[in-house]
Write a protein that binds this ligand. Structure first.
Ligand SMILES: N[C@@H](CCC(=O)N[C@@H](CS)C(=O)NCC(=O)O)C(=O)O
Length: 291
């Protein structure tokens, strides 16, 4: 099997986050191709896969799937063991409805509060139209969580949660007011390892884009506070090979006075951004390089 998934910016592309979660949160392997829509290279990367012109775009040996909901269904057909949809028919029907409504709805929330996992804002005005979107989101989440018993919308993590992850990121990042049940569900996303890894990669690969800046006061990101790591220039790492690739160490990071090594700047920088989000690095910290 040789899959390719084209995605956009890790910090700002909400549809890319959904598409990426459909693979990574369900353990489905794919090559990831990140494309930058501010350059012509984006269009040349996607050109061989026409009519695709947006991200996520999923390329298989059989053809191209260029819409996130279609990608979810294609993956569910190809990988029934991965559990993208709940096995219980009632919960599955609900999860499908939730994902579909998210895919086609919430226009005000999406346009007024574009996903931005680099910068969190406060004192964001909530118009009547935005409040109406939030009320509908809260009603759907309460209904689903009470029906399934949680902790995710349909019990275990499903496509519905992958689709609402960027909605949770918006509520968190713009400090939008929601009730306790919705806030707990938002916090569950912020704490989720896959979500944290995607966010961390935004700091390792990409930059702050002024076109997404909003005129509101900024504040700290409301998710778990990453441990305080920094790139290192000198020192002897506790490990000789990269925790991710097994390749020889070329780039260093310091955390709590200990030096760790990685095989390239991206592996190092995604770890600097959120060390505890990466299971292979957590193993390395626990074994101190002697595992
Ligand atoms: N309906 C599509 C929407 C995908 C989409 O609009 N992606 C945006 C990035 S978040 C994009 O590729 N924009 C580039 C463009 O439209 O030129 C899906 O569900 O995948």
């Amino acid at each position: 099997m040789s899959y390719k998934l084209f995605i956009g910016d890790y910090s700002y592309s909400s549809w890319s986050l959904r598409g990426w979660l459909l693979f990574r949160r369900f353990g489905i392997e794919t090559d990831i191709h990140r494309i930058d829509f501010s350059t012509d290279a984006a269009w040349s990367a996607l050109a061989p896969h026409a009519p695709a012109r947006t991200v996520p775009t999923f390329v298989t040996e059989d053809g191209v799937i260029w819409d996130s909901l279609a990608i979810a269904e294609e993956l569910a057909d190809r990988h029934p063991e991965a559990g993208l949809w709940p096995s219980d028919p009632g919960l599955r029907a609900m999860a499908r409805s939730l994902a579909a409504e998210m895919h086609s709805g919430f226009a005000t929330l999406r346009s007024d509060c574009p996903m931005n996992t680099r910068t969190a804002y406060g004192e964001v005005p909530v118009s009547d139209a935005l409040r109406a979107d939030l009320d509908r989101v809260e009603m759907l989440w309460s209904h689903a969580l009470s029906r399934s018993g949680g902790p995710w919308l349909a019990g275990t993590y499903s496509v519905a949660d992958a689709f609402f992850a960027p909605v949770a990121a918006r509520i968190a990042g713009y400090g939008l007011p929601v009730g306790d049940t919705a806030q707990a569900y938002v916090d569950r996303h912020l704490d989720d390892g896959a979500f944290r890894r995607f966010r961390a990669m935004g700091f390792a690969c990409g930059e702050t884009l002024q076109r997404y800046a909003k005129p509101y006061p900024t504040r700290d990101w409301p998710g778990p506070r990453p441990r305080d790591a920094r790139p290192g220039e000198t020192g002897t790492p506790v490990n000789a090979t990269c925790p991710y690739s097994g390749e020889p160490v070329t780039h260093l990071m310091e955390l709590d006075g200990t030096i760790y090594g990685f095989c390239n700047a991206f592996c190092r920088d995604k770890t600097v951004a959120d060390p505890e989000a990466w299971p292979a690095f957590v193993d390395l910290m626990q074994t101190g390089g002697k595992g």
